[in-house]
Design a protein around this ligand. Structure first.
Ligand code: CUA
Length: 171
């Protein structure tokens, strides 16, 4: 430690302290920059806590009583997905390439996950809440959605898929 008056110039802080303050500031700025880039340039989204539902009755009340895809026109879709031990309803969603799909996912029992491979969709699915994220499918192919929160003995078998068709059509 250097407590000489010369060392306490500037902020009046110890040189070590001053160094750590500078490091903290640089880190803060770096985090702000990365969050800004992720949010605005890379399109990262935070899963929205869209609404609250009663997990005991949600499967019987619209729109969840008919889970699945809705075509809003102009390539816009919404998909209502119910999660339960150990499946997703629906477990297959088919859209044409270029489709923009907003997923609304909720659980009827315990906490699940909803990770859509090869996209930046990765949500916790908490009973009582609706998780919402939007993704645009620019490439045809099959995108599996998997449960990535341990939810019981059948957890590893819990998955579904989005089929993105090269030709317009879909269902
Ligand atoms: Cu559902 Cu793990």
């Amino acid at each position: 430690m250097n407590d000489s008056p010369a060392a306490r110039k500037g902020l009046g802080a110890d040189p070590y302290e001053r160094r750590w303050m500078i490091v903290s500031l640089v880190l803060l700025i770096a985090f702000m920059v990365t969050v800004t880039i992720a949010g605005f340039a890379l399109g990262f989204q935070v899963p929205g806590d869209e609404s609250r539902v009663d997990p005991r009755t949600v499967a019987d009340s619209p729109p969840w009583s008919e889970p699945g895809l809705r075509d809003l026109g102009n390539g816009e879709y919404v998909a209502y997905v119910l999660s339960r031990q150990y499946l997703y309803d629906p477990n297959t969603i088919t859209v044409p390439v270029g489709a923009t799909v907003t997923f609304y996912v909720t659980s009827t029992d315990v906490q699940h996950g909803f990770k859509l491979q090869d996209t930046n969709v990765n949500m916790q699915v908490v009973p009582g809440e609706v998780s919402k994220l939007t993704v645009e499918f620019d490439e045809p192919g099959e995108y599996k959605y998997i449960c990535n929160e341990f939810c019981g003995i059948g957890h590893a078998a819990m998955f579904g898929r989005v089929i993105v068709e090269a030709e317009a059509g879909g269902s």
